[in-house]
Design a protein around this ligand. Structure first.
Ligand SMILES: N[C@@H](CCC(=O)N[C@@H](CS)C(=O)NCC(=O)O)C(=O)O
Length: 199
C-alpha cells in the first residue's frame, strides 16, 4: 500500500489525498508536524532531501516528492489525465502555473494568516496578495470559457489549483469578484469521490 507523508492542513498534501480517494486507492497516512520540525529531521531528509511534504512512498524505500509530480504519477493512464499530447501539455501548463504563479502567493498568505507573518515580511505579504489576485484573474478568464482548467474534462490540473483556491479566503483573499471560479469550485466539489481538505 502507498504511504503518504503529509500534513493534514497542507493544500499540497490534500491534492494527493483527493486524487487517491477519487481513484479509490487506499493509502496509509503518516502525519508530520511541520511546526515541530518533523519535516526537517535527518531521518525525513534521508527520504526527501528537500524536507517537505507531501512525500509518497510508492514501495518501501521508493519515494516521490512534489505534489504535482505525484498527481501526474498517479493519474497517468486514468480519466484524470488526457491521452492526446496537446491536452496533456495543457494540463501540465496549469500545474506549472499553480507552482510558479499561484501557490507561492495564495498558499503562503494562508500559512502566514494561520501562523503569523514573519517579522520584516509585512510588505511581502502585500505583494503576495497582489500576485495571488493576478493568478485568480487568469483563472477567472479561463473558467469563463471552459468548465475546467484542462478544458472540457475534470483533470489533475483542477485538483492542483483547487487545493489552495478553495481555501484562499483563509489567506484573506475575497473570491466575490470571481463568479466563474466560484462555479468551478462547486463543480469540483461535486465530482465523484470528492473529499474535503478536513477528511
Ligand atoms: N513544491 C512543493 C511544495 C511543498 C511544500 O511547500 N510543503 C510544505 C507544506 S505545504 C512543507 O512541507 N513545509 C515544511 C517545511 O518547509 O519545513 C509541492 O508542491 O509539493
Amino acid at each position: 500500500m502507498y504511504k503518504l507523508y503529509q500534513s493534514p492542513t497542507s493544500g499540497n498534501c490534500y491534492k494527493v489525498r483527493l486524487l487517491l480517494h477519487q481513484l479509490n486507492i487506499p493509502v496509509e497516512l503518516n502525519n508530520l508536524s511541520i511546526k515541530s520540525g518533523e519535516t526537517r529531521t535527518e531521518d525525513f531528509k534521508s527520504k526527501n532531501p528537500v524536507g517537505k511534504v507531501p512525500l509518497l512512498e510508492i514501495e518501501p524505500g521508493k519515494f516521490l516528492s512534489e505534489s504535482n509530480a505525484i498527481l501526474f504519477y498517479l493519474a497517468e493512464g486514468t480519466r484524470f489525465f488526457p491521452t492526446e499530447l496537446l491536452q496533456k501539455a495543457k494540463v501540465l501548463q496549469w500545474m506549472f502555473f499553480e507552482q510558479y504563479s499561484h501557490e507561492p502567493y495564495i498558499a503562503v498568505a494562508r500559512s502566514w494568516a494561520h501562523n503569523r507573518v514573519p517579522s520584516g515580511k509585512e510588505l511581502e505579504l502585500r505583494e503576495k496578495l497582489q500576485k495571488g489576485y493576478l493568478a485568480l484573474d487568469v483563472m477567472e478568464q479561463e473558467l469563463r470559457q471552459k468548465p475546467f482548467l484542462g478544458g472540457e474534462n475534470y483533470t489533475i490540473a483542477d485538483i492542483s489549483l483547487y487545493a489552495y483556491t478553495h481555501v484562499a479566503k483563509e489567506g484573506n483573499f475575497s473570491l466575490e469578484r470571481f463568479p466563474s471560479i466560484l462555479n468551478w469550485l462547486d463543480r469540483v466539489a461535486s465530482q465523484s469521490g470528492y473529499i474535503s481538505i478536513k477528511e
